[in-house]
Design a protein around this ligand. Structure first.
Ligand code: 5SP
Length: 228
């Protein structure tokens, strides 16, 4: 699968969200950071804003729920127009039931792991998911430094996806930039969230294309992608 770029609106100007969404048309997804000031120490937006974003852009919405009780709230984000909904395993009471509900409502189901959460206990859940998100910063804020120590977890996750013969995607989020995206792609990521490395640039659309080109070149040279 080709590398996909998902610009994070956390780094956009929230007073001009519709324009900011249009500024990255050409990206594969628009990454929508939903934070509740409980699961993470920051507060962003909720269902009504996702409904408005859905009308403001044709780019599919990739909603990352950094909230408590995703079992209760995630279905509402599908109804609001999200094409992909990511919940945190640390917050979900019943991740399998929740993933099945998201899929049954017609969106892609994705599960996120904070940096200190290992993938191994969740190996058996992978067939229930369309995407696994390995956080490469502690969730909560944009503009943090990429955590290199997550690269082995990305590699191990990619191996597990291969071992089970799954088509699922592997997303990374946090500190992804021109300096770090190639290491993520070499390790096995194929969906890249980037906030400041897109919205911090004068031409966000060009930044998306540049990141995608770098990721595709690194993937083509990566051993995990041979025969893909
Ligand atoms: O979910 C988060 C942070 O919790 C991310 O989506 C960040 O918003 C990415 O921003 P950069 O690290 O790319 O600036």
């Amino acid at each position: 699968m080709a590398a996909q770029i998902s610009p994070s609106i956390l780094s956009a100007d929230f007073a001009r969200l519709a324009e900011e969404a249009k500024a990255v048309e050409g990206a594969d997804w628009l990454h929508v950071d939903v934070m509740d000031n409980h699961f993470v120490p920051n507060l962003t937006l909720g269902v009504p804003v996702v409904e408005s974003l859905r009308k403001a852009t044709d780019t599919p919405l990739d909603c990352h729920l950094m909230i408590e009780d995703p079992d209760r709230w995630a279905p509402a984000y599908v109804d609001a127009g999200a094409g992909s909904v990511t919940f945190h395993v640390e917050a979900a009471a019943a991740p399998v039931r929740l993933a099945r509900e998201i899929r049954a409502k017609g969106a892609r189901a994705s599960m996120a792991l904070k940096p200190a959460t290992p993938i191994e206990p969740y190996e058996d859940l992978l067939p229930e998911l369309d995407m696994l998100l390995v956080m490469t910063v502690e969730p909560g804020f944009g503009g943090q430094a990429f955590l290199d120590i997550m690269l082995p977890k990305i590699r191990r996750t990619r191996e597990l996806i291969g071992k089970h013969g799954l088509e699922m995607w592997l997303q990374v989020d946090g500190g992804v930039s021109a300096d770090t995206i190639e290491r993520c792609a070499e390790a096995g990521a194929d969906v890249f969230v980037a906030g400041s490395a897109v919205y911090g640039k004068e031409d966000p659309a060009a930044a998306v294309q540049g990141l995608r080109r770098q990721a595709e070149e690194a993937t083509a040279a990566a051993s995990w992608a041979c025969g893909h």
